[in-house]
Structures are given as C-alpha cells and as structure tokens.
Design a protein around this ligand. Structure first.
Ligand code: CU
Length: 438
C-alpha cells in the first residue's frame, strides 16, 4: 500500500517512537476550551505542518500548543454530533441507573454535578465531562504503557522491572487509589522485542506481598511460565526472579501477575508484550501501511472500567489524519468481556492472540474481547470528525452524569481543510464546532 507523502513522513516519526509518546502536561485553562453548552462537541482540529500530535483536541484556542497524543485509548466524547439531543429522559428517572455491581463506583465522581438529585441535569453533566476531555485531561496525568528500555548482555536483551505499590488516579478529579504497578506505572511499560530475540526479564518485588509473573501468550520453557507452586516458588517481598526465554510467539501478548491474580492484576500488575515478526514485510507498518500502533489494555476491577488505566474523561483520544491507517491492539486484562464499538468507520480484524487470521480476517464495527484475549484491528481513517469509540455494554460507558469509564474518541483530522483555513488566515489549526441546536 502506498501512502501519501505526509502520511509516510508521519509514519517514520511514529515508528521511531514505537507506540507511546510521553505526554507533556498541558496547562490549558478550562476557560480556553470551546464552549460546549449549545454547540455539541468538537469537530475537527486541523494541523498545519503535519505530525501526529493531536493538536486540535486539547485546546482549540489559537496559539495553545496541543498535547502530543500519539497513543490511544481513552475517552470518547459524547454523542457525536448532537450532544444536546442525547436522550436525557431515560436515565433521569433512575439517577443511579448504572448497575449496582461492584463496579458502579466507576461512574464519575462528584465533579460532574448533583447526580443525587432526581432532577439531575443530564445535559449539563454530560457536557461537563466532555469539556474535561476536550481540555486534555488525559495529558495532566502520568501515562502507563511507556516504552521499556533494555540493555544488551551478549546477545540477550535484558529488561529490569520493579513491582511496586503505587497511588493511581483514574481521572484527575478522583482520589488516588492504592494500586500496583510495574516500574510505578499502570499499565506497565510496553515491551517490544523481535521474533527470535533472547529475552531476560528481571522482576524485583518491592511490594509487601509475594507474586509471580506470567508472559501471557508466549511459548516458553516450562520453568519460565511464572505460575507459583506449579513452575516456581512465589517471589517474596524484596526478592527478584529472572525469566529467560526466546521470543518465538509473534504478535500481541501480555505480562501480568499469576499470583493472587484477581487482586494483583485487577490492581494494575499488567502490561503489553509485543513480538514483532522477524520479517519486516509482516509488520503492520509494512503489511497494512499502519502509521500508529496503539496498545489498548482494558481492565474492570480497581478503579472501574478503564482503558490503559484511565476512565473517561481522562482517557486519551486517538488522533489521526484523514487517510491514515492505524492499528489498535485490544488486550483484555479484566474479568468480563467488553464489546468495543467504533462509530463512523469499521475495523478490519487481522489477528487473534497474536496469530494472523489470514483468510479469516473480517470486518466489523463491534468486537467482543474476552478476558485474556488480544485482537488486532486495522482502521482506515477515511471519515473526518470526532467519532465515539467505546465499550457497548452501556453501564461501562455512559450514565446519568454522561460518559465515563470505557469511552474514548477517534478524531480524524482533515489536513486539507486545515490548509484551506490557513490560507484564509485562520490560526495554524482550528476547531470547527458545529451548531447543533439553539
Ligand atoms: Cu465493557
């Protein structure tokens, strides 16, 4: 597949920084954000000069540098197109409509407004969380999934991790929760190796409890399987354990605790382990022309319904240029299935659990991902706009106070429109906020 020059340039830049780019906290004041009350939500931020940065989204005010979102998942804005027409009727009669299971606590906290009142103003509350999202809340919190460094020892790639107790915020307005993290982050660092690499992974347990680490999806020597009392002793507090194997199972995989896992994985001991094919022609950049490679790890225990450790509105949007092709690697580290639904365009599903589907590839707009599964989706971003992207178990995504939890947006920016605006003397980028109602 051939890409236009801009996209190819972007692709190079993107691949230099595998998946995630550290986020520069933005200080965009809320008052600089587009007015949402009557206008629906943001539409298109157009870039002058290209690049992956999700400029338009965070701050549509001219002259405000946007956050460098280059990876994914997170929150989706509300009703694409017509927020104000969102059915306020349904939930209003049952303010606590969200299922009263153990996860209901994920609903947005108080910040969103007087949810206790039966006369809750759904529109206002829903707009408030979208405004936080557009304000770049995702950029104000540290991000997990940061690329993991390694050192070489002879022909072996050595990765050294700590396992720690951490304080983690699901969004900027919630109190931190007592969580667990690899290298202090949730999800843990993104580990990328190449098929055939010799890998040594050293985990130092700095928690007050024992653990064991399993490389989920890899074909390993049995002694490296990471299951305490089956293939090894638990790793006690203060001790380390070294896993050593050759990465021979290509594709999207994970590493996580396999000891008291309901608790430890639920609290954040999870991360992505990607094995790139030795044959570069089989890598997504070449095989599908992908210019962004996005890891999307869902969880549904501590902190509620999360994508990469965040709930809407602190989830990060995915931002692409019109015509760009992106890859999303869905990984479910939770305890329930989540059907991921994209608005506006379909997904081409190309691999399951790392194994290419070949002739069984299929196209869909809603993909159920069971616990433990990984599915790789290719999306051709051919429809400009801000498209909701969320779990379609509705209590995982939207309630009386608007959207929360497993919601993010795919923002497809139209560079041509941006260029036209620039010629017309508009700012370097501009947001077009369609008028939806009075
Ligand atoms: Cu769900």
């Amino acid at each position: 597949m051939s890409l236009p020059p801009l996209a190819r340039t972007v692709y190079r830049a993107a691949m230099d920084r595998p998946t995630l780019t550290p986020i520069t906290p933005t200080t965009t004041p809320a008052s600089d954000n587009p007015e949402l009350s009557r206008r629906g939500f943001l539409r298109v931020g157009a870039l002058a000069g290209g690049g992956l940065a999700a400029v338009g989204l965070a701050a549509c005010a001219p002259g405000v540098a946007g956050p460098a979102w280059s990876f994914g998942p997170s929150a989706v804005p509300a009703a694409s197109g017509s927020p104000s027409s969102a059915p306020s009727a349904a939930p209003s009669s049952t303010p606590s409509a969200a299922p009263s299971d153990a996860h209901a606590s994920h609903e947005p906290s108080a910040s969103a407004g007087p949810s206790a009142s039966p006369a809750v103003d759904h529109d206002a509350n829903a707009a408030a969380v979208v405004k936080r999202f557009l304000g770049g809340e995702a950029t104000t919190l540290p991000m997990g999934n940061q690329p993991k460094d390694f050192r070489m020892d002879g022909d072996t790639k050595v990765f050294e991790f700590t396992i720690e107790e951490i304080q983690h915020q699901i969004d900027a307005q919630k109190d931190p929760v007592a969580a667990l993290g690899f290298d202090g982050m949730w999800p843990g660092p993104l580990v990328t190796v190449t098929e055939g690499d010799k890998v040594r992974a050293v985990f130092k347990n700095q928690m007050k409890e024992s653990t064991g680490i399993h490389f989920h999806g890899q074909r390993l020597p049995n002694a490296m399987d990471g299951v305490p009392h089956v293939t090894q002793d638990p790793i006690p507090p203060g001790a380390s354990f070294t896993y050593e194997f050759t990465a021979r199972t290509v594709g999207s995989h994970m590493y996580h605790s396999h000891h008291n896992a309901t608790d430890q994985v639920g609290r954040g001991l999870l991360g992505a382990f990607i094995v790139e094919p030795r044959d570069e022609a089989q890598r997504y950049a070449q095989k599908y022309g992908a210019t962004q490679d996005i890891v999307w790890i869902s969880n549904d225990t501590l902190g509620g319904f999360t994508i990469n450790g965040r709930g809407f509105p602190a989830t990060a949007p995915i931002v692409a240029q019109l015509g760009e092709t992106i890859v999303i690697r869905f990984m479910n580290e939770g305890i329930m299935m989540h059907p991921w639904h994209i608005h506006g365009m379909p997904m081409r599903i190309v691999a399951r659990d790392g194994y290419p589907l070949g002739g069984a590839e299929f196209t869909c707009d809603t993909l159920g991902v069971n616990p433990g599964e990984r599915w790789d989706a290719v999306i051709t971003c051919d429809e400009p706009g801000a498209w909701a992207f969320h779990c379609h178990i509705l209590p995982h995504a939207e309630g009386t106070d608007g959207m929360y939890g497993m919601v993010t947006a795919l923002v497809v920016q139209d560079a041509t429109a941006a260029a036209a605006l620039a010629v017309a003397g508009a700012p370097a980028f501009a947001c077009v906020i369609p008028s939806t109602s009075a």
